[in-house]
Design a protein around this ligand. Sequence first.
Ligand code: HEM
Ligand code: HEM
Length: 192
Amino acid sequence: MLRNSRDSFGLVSILFHWVIGLIFLGQIALGYLMVRVSDFTLQFSLYQWHKSFGFLVLGLSALRLLWKLANPRPRDPEHMNSLERVAAHAAHVILYLSLFIVPLTGWAVASSSPLQIPTFMFNLVVIPQLPITISDAAEAFWAASHAWLAYLSAVVAAGHILAALHHHFWKRDTILMRMLSPSAAKTGRNVN
Ligand code: HEM
Ligand code: HEM
């Protein structure tokens, strides 16, 4: 059950979803906290962790996208009306885009900063800077874009999480369970 079928997510898609999703939510909290810390040494270390996990999200998301393209997407439950289907798919597209655009704008913040502080990804490799304009104004622009996009994606993620809980506890279908186990469609409540 590594691959998706028309009824269920396979183990690989499930692992990608939860590993990336949890790191992404952790990154929002870490980003919020680290810009508000006053101790410089702690702040430097938190920035390095934030940038490292951000690059991890970017790399895993690229692999996830390739996996998604090579797998079928499980069918929507028949009880979902067209508005619900459009809303769910729009949220998924926005979240997929955020997984790329948010770390890329973060990379732009680090690359445009006149301080030019390198990113030591998990203290293993140095990530090169993007070839973009270096100035205070450019850094301020990218920092504002990064923050806005990160917090907007958090709002969409919150709606997505509430929708998943609504499916599970209110509609009582297998939408949440099939993102937890590849065999949920066979053993769980009927998705229709
Ligand atoms: C999963 C990806 C990421 C998420 C969700 C995320 C989220 C955030 C958030 C919420 C903030 C705080 C914004 C504020 O309140 O001002 C922040 C700040 C920041 N992030 Fe990220 N980030 C991600 C990836 C990255 C990456 C890959 C880098 C760099 C390589 C990066 C560099 C920064 C920097 C430098 C700041 C501070 C900006 C400032 O000085 O105002 N982030 N991030
Ligand atoms: C506790 C948090 C979360 C829960 C309970 C949750 C739940 C779910 C569920 C049940 C699905 C399957 C929907 C379906 O079958 O059509 C799903 C899909 C998805 N989720 Fe989440 N999710 C969470 C966090 C996140 C986060 C933080 C992100 C991204 C930032 C995310 C991105 C996605 C995407 C892109 C899909 C579509 C997967 C695909 O079709 O390839 N999720 N989520």
